[in-house]
Design a protein around this ligand. Structure first.
Ligand code: ADP
Length: 205
């Protein structure tokens, strides 16, 4: 699902953010990436989601060779992966329902499909009853659950999460991890970066 081989990324400076990373994440796996701030996690996530290219080395995600991908293929590729961020990236002036529905609206799906798929996802993350509320009316944990619902809207084979619990207290972090476990149990591959080593240790038991 995600394969890096001898991946390097160097920024002007020069700063070597990634040095010789090789990793093969298979379909259905749940993989944590840990490391302190500055270790290169965000750099790796930008490369996985085709927002940045490696300086050298191979990178394949969901069947696409990201060194070879054409600009016009990128929107199609991005539907194959779901991305979750630390700061949720929800639109503040839209309801929860509208936030999850937006990627489907952009694709001009039928209204009946948009309604049923969005309702199904909000139900899955336990927030259907808040569908008409705005992000600011929700707790951080609830906002992240909405962001996860939105990331799953196109049935992606892989979900990448960059510090999804970075803004949440420990109880809510566990709740988000339980949700990611549920998503993984339904067959979605998960690659999750975190600097919270305790969270990973608890999950590994
Ligand atoms: P993390 O997400 O693990 O905190 P980053 O991928 O953000 O790590 O950063 C890895 C290293 O690359 C850091 O030393 C950072 O300062 C550097 N870096 C990240 N982005 C840029 C950039 N656009 N230009 C120059 N250096 C960068």
């Amino acid at each position: 699902m995600i394969k890096f081989s001898h991946l390097y990324k160097t920024y002007a400076g020069p700063v070597t953010a990634l040095k010789n990373i090789s990793l093969d994440i298979k379909k259905g796996e749940f993989v944590f990436l840990t490391g302190p701030s500055g270790a290169g996690k965000t750099t790796l996530f930008k490369i996985i989601s085709a927002y940045s290219k490696p300086s050298s080395g191979g990178i394949e995600v969901a069947g696409f060779d990201l060194n070879e991908i054409r600009p016009r293929e990128i929107p199609y590729f991005r539907r194959k992966i779901g991305v979750v961020y630390q700061d949720f990236k929800l639109l503040k002036d839209r309801t929860i329902f509208e936030n999850v529905a937006l990627p489907l609206e952009i694709r001009r799906e039928r209204q009946s499909y948009i309604d049923s798929r969005t309702s199904e996802l909000l139900d899955q993350v336990g927030l259907y009853y808040k569908k008409n509320q705005f992000p600011m009316q929700l707790s951080g944990g609830e906002q992240q659950r909405v962001a996860i619902a939105r990331a799953l809207v196109h049935h992606p084979g892989v979900l990448v999460a960059d510090e999804p619990t970075g803004n949440l207290d420990p109880d809510l972090s566990e709740e988000i991890m339980d949700l990611l476990d549920k998503v993984n149990a339904q067959g979605t591959t998960i690659f999750c970066a975190t600097h919270d080593h305790d969270l990973v240790t608890r999950r590994a038991r």
